[in-house]
Design a protein. Structure first.
Length: 330
C-alpha cells in the first residue's frame, strides 16, 4: 500500500516536467512494479516503434499521421511470470507512458487510435498512461486471437487527483486478483475505466431505467405521449456521449449492439408502458392516444397470468421479453 510521501514525490517530479519518472513513480506507488527505472526513457516515436517494440507489422501513412503527434514515448515495464509468480505464464502486460501534442477536443480520439496501433505491435495486453498539457489518462488495450483490438479509456485527471490519493486508491494493485494475468488486467480496467465501458449504453439499459414509471398513472393527472417517452429513452441512451462531449470514444461493437437492439427495445418498452395507460369507457378502451373498438376482457387471460413466476417482475427486461412472446402466441 502506498504512503502519503509517495504523493509528494510524484508532485515534485511533475514540477520538473519529467513525465516518464512521474509515470514510474505512480505505478510503483500503486504496487504495479518494483523496478526503479523504466526500460526505455522518453524516446522519439520512431525510435520507440523501431527499436523499443519488436514487431513485424507494416505501418500505413494513416498510422504515422497519428503517431507523429507523439512527443515522447517510454516502455516502462512488463508484468508477467515474475510479477504474478505464475509458472508457464504465456502472456504479460506491457506498460507505456506517452506524451501527446493534441488539442483538448481531439485528445481522447487520438489516444484511442494510437493505442490501437501500438496494440497491433506489442503484447496482447497493454496499458498506456497518456499525458496532454499536464492532464493524464489511462488507456487499456486487449488484442484477441482474431487480432481484433478493444481499447478502453479512463477519465482525464490532474495531478491533484493523485496527491489527494483518489487515483492511487482506485488503481492500488493490492485490490486486484493476482492468480492470472487477464483477471488482474480486467480488475485494473474495472477500477479506473470510464463507466460507459463497464456499463455499456444500450436500449435495454435505457428501458430498465424507465421502471417503475409512475408518471403515466392516469390517477395522477399526468399524461406523457408516446413521442415524449421515446425521447426520454433516447436521452438515456445518449447520456454518456452528452456527458463526455468531444472526449467520448466508444468501440464499434457498442454501436453495432445498440443499433441491433434499438427497434426491438423501443417497441417492447412502449408496448409495456401503453398497457399501463389503458382506460375503460364502456365497451371501448383507450391505450395512450388510440381507441380500441369492441369489448376488452381479461377473463380468458387469467389462466396464463396465474402461471407467471413472481420473480419475473423483478427483472424488467425478462418481463418485456415474456410480454412479447405471449403477444406472438395471441
Amino acid at each position: 500500500m502506498f504512503q502519503p510521501q509517495e504523493g509528494d514525490n510524484i508532485f515534485n517530479i511533475s514540477q520538473d516536467g519529467d513525465f516518464c519518472c512521474l509515470a514510474m513513480q505512480l505505478f510503483r506507488a500503486a504496487g504495479h512494479t518494483f523496478n526503479p527505472k523504466a526500460v526505455t526513457f522518453n524516446e522519439s516515436i520512431r525510435d520507440f516503434i523501431y527499436f523499443d517494440i519488436q514487431h513485424d507489422q507494416v505501418l500505413t501513412p494513416t498510422d504515422w499521421t497519428c503517431l507523429n503527434q507523439v512527443i515522447t514515448a517510454s516502455l516502462l515495464f512488463s508484468n508477467g511470470a515474475n510479477y504474478f509468480d505464475i509458472t508457464n505464464c504465456r502472456t504479460e502486460i506491457n506498460y507505456y507512458a506517452i506524451s501527446l501534442n493534441s488539442r483538448s477536443n481531439e485528445r481522447s480520439q487520438l489516444a484511442h487510435e494510437i493505442h490501437s496501433i501500438i496494440s497491433r505491435l506489442s503484447s496482447p495486453l497493454s496499458v498506456i498512461l497518456f499525458e496532454v498539457n499536464e492532464l493524464y489518462m489511462f488507456s487499456f488495450a486487449e488484442r484477441k486471437p482474431d487480432q481484433q483490438t478493444t481499447v478502453m479509456l479512463s477519465d482525464w485527471f490532474s495531478l491533484n487527483s493523485i496527491i489527494e490519493a483518489d487515483i492511487l486508491l482506485r488503481i492500488d494493485a493490492s485490490n486486484f486478483i493476482h492468480v492470472s494475468v487477464i483477471e488482474f488486467f480486467y480488475d485494473f480496467v474495472y477500477a479506473i475505466a470510464r463507466p460507459y465501458y463497464i456499463y455499456q449504453d444500450s436500449y435495454e439499459y435505457a428501458a430498465y431505467e424507465m421502471f417503475p414509471l409512475k408518471l403515466l398513472d392516469g390517477n395522477d393527472g399526468i399524461v406523457i405521449d408516446r413521442e415524449t417517452i421515446k425521447q426520454i429513452m433516447q436521452d438515456n441512451y445518449n447520456s454518456s456521449s452528452q456527458e463526455y462531449q468531444e472526449d467520448y470514444v466508444a468501440e464499434d461493437y457498442n454501436n453495432q449492439e445498440a443499433s441491433s437492439l434499438s427497434t426491438e427495445d423501443f417497441d417492447l418498452e412502449l408496448f409495456a408502458l401503453d398497457m399501463d395507460t389503458i382506460e375503460f369507457d364502456g365497451e371501448e378502451a383507450v391505450i395512450g392516444n388510440n381507441t380500441i373498438e369492441g369489448e376488452l376482457s381479461y377473463e380468458e387471460d387469467d389462466d396464463y397470468l396465474d402461471e407467471v413466476d413472481e420473480k419475473l417482475f423483478d427483472d424488467p427486461i425478462k418481463l418485456l421479453k415474456w410480454i412479447e412472446q405471449h403477444a406472438r402466441k395471441k
